[in-house]
Design a protein around this ligand. Structure first.
Ligand code: BGC
Length: 337
């Protein structure tokens, strides 16, 4: 079976030939992968900065943002052939730490988790997959054109749930650093919550991503944010943005790091105490965040979501992975022909 992934022996990204998966067992479904979105993690993987093949193998199929169709249902499953699904990325550790046992694999304490397309488990850039039903989230058919965004949005949902839980009075204003796919999804999610939203990024105001942020209901700025915010979301991955974000946190504010910027700066500890602020990081997402992402996609501005996606033929995978010729923030590879 055709797949695209990392060959750890040759240290290159290559077309792979994977064995077809076995028939689905109890609680499992055989899926036809329809499309796969690419993100910064895939680019880091293709530079061999991160990633691990499954044990005993030397290649790792890429792809962790996917939309797939059920083609065969094993015994004791609820989903049926023809149903659409968005797969979760992470699989819990075994026998299960306190977090994984409570369906919070995203908070895994042991570090023994695996992640499809990233860590120790083949991803979705291939024709067929067999997955446990418990690792899949059902997607209504009318969301088919945008549901590939469920995975990146699930991480945003986790960040926002955290901010809402932590902010003592409930947030009213959000400031988002970064106007890439995650920043734009964050803007839509904050607008949908009824907050005042500003996206701050380096692109000039006439850049298409800035335009998308405004179409989605956010204010956009590239010089200086207009005001402090109750929630600051770092979605750019840039250390400078993470540092700058701290300065724009209002009293009681919650700063959420999503972009995994490795920043090491003088921390405004006194102000954080005196203003009752919180700085937190989030990675991955629980089944519940995925379900929220799917239902939120249905209420976001559909035009903005569609304009975020540039669908590309599978044969163009190398250019798409390298970020060449991108016509929209999110490159998506059409896997099923
Ligand atoms: C994915 C997460 C994953 C993280 C670290 C991100 O790109 O969205 O699900 O946990 O990479 O591997």
């Amino acid at each position: 079976m055709f797949a695209i992934g990392l060959d750890f022996e040759a240290r290159r990204v290559a077309e792979l030939d994977l064995p077809e998966p076995d028939a689905p067992g109890p609680g499992q479904l055989r899926l036809r992968v329809l499309e796969v979105g690419l993100c910064g993690t895939d680019r880091e993987l293709s530079e061999f900065e991160i990633g691990e093949p499954p044990p005993g193998e030397h290649a790792l199929t890429l792809g962790h943002e996917a939309l797939a169709e059920v083609v065969e249902a094993g015994p004791r499953t609820k989903l049926q052939p023809g149903d659409l699904v968005a797969p979760l990325v992470r699989r819990p550790c075994l026998p299960g730490c306190a977090a994984c046992r409570r369906l919070r694999r995203d908070l895994c304490l042991s570090g023994g988790y695996t992640e499809r397309g990233i860590l120790g488990l083949h991803g979705y850039l291939r024709e067929w997959v067999v997955d446990d039903e418990s690792d899949l989230v059902a997607v209504p058919a009318d969301l088919a054109s945008i549901a590939v965004l469920a995975e990146p949005l699930s991480v945003v949902e986790k960040g926002l749930t955290t901010a809402e839980r932590v902010h003592p009075l409930g947030p009213a204003r959000a400031l988002i650093f970064g106007a890439g796919p995650v920043g734009l999804l964050a803007a839509l999610a904050c607008v949908a919550r009824g907050w005042e939203v500003e996206v701050f990024s380096l692109e000039p105001p006439n850049h298409p991503n800035a335009e998308l942020a405004r179409r989605g209901g956010a204010r956009y700025s590239n010089e200086t944010p207009s005001a402090k915010a109750d929630v600051v979301l770092e979605c750019s991955g840039a250390p400078a943005a993470a540092r700058q974000g701290l300065d724009w946190l209002a009293p009681l504010g919650v700063m959420v790091l999503i972009g995994a910027a490795d920043f090491d700066v003088r921390f405004p500890g006194f102000r954080t105490v005196m203003e009752n602020q919180t700085v937190t990081g989030v990675v991955n997402a629980s089944p519940e965040h995925f379900a929220t992402a799917v239902s939120d996609l249905a209420r976001f501005d559909r035009g903005v979501l569609q304009a975020m996606i540039h669908r590309r033929a599978l044969k163009d995978w190398r250019a798409a992975l390298g970020g060449e010729g991108a016509e929209a923030p999110k490159s998506v590879l059409a896997v099923a022909g």
